[in-house]
Design a protein around this ligand. Structure first.
Ligand code: TYC
Length: 105
């Protein structure tokens, strides 16, 4: 409805809202390797991705069998921090586990 204070009845606001996209989300991925112990991968997924032991085991087995698996999907800054923390944790324990991220969708 057009009024003295809003002559176009909110049309400009509506236009801007329609162009606003939600921020892109990023998948955090684990990659398989031949050396990192399965137990270390499971405990790492539990620790950094807030998963139960059962959920973490499923993700670990998927990575082990298929080469890659998704641990979670997050905004870019959160995903970047998770990749850095997991990589640091793996290196601190001298495992070659690789964690990376890619845009979702
Ligand atoms: N393939 C490893 C092994 O047999 C286990 C493993 C699973 C390593 C997942 C990395 O992201 C990984 N010990």
């Amino acid at each position: 409805m057009a009024t003295k204070f809003d002559p176009d009845g909110g049309a400009q606001l509506q236009e801007r809202k329609e162009k606003l996209k939600p921020p892109p989300m990023y998948k955090v991925l684990l990659l398989n390797d031949d050396y990192t112990p399965m137990e270390f991968v499971v405990s790492t997924i539990q620790k950094f991705f807030n998963k139960s032991r059962e959920q973490a085991t499923q993700v670990m087995l998927k990575v082990h069998r298929q080469g890659v698996g998704v641990c979670g999907v997050y905004p870019k800054d959160v995903a970047t921090t998770k990749v850095d923390l997991v990589t640091e944790h793996a290196r601190a324990h001298q495992h070659p586990l690789q964690c990376t991220m890619e845009e979702d969708g």
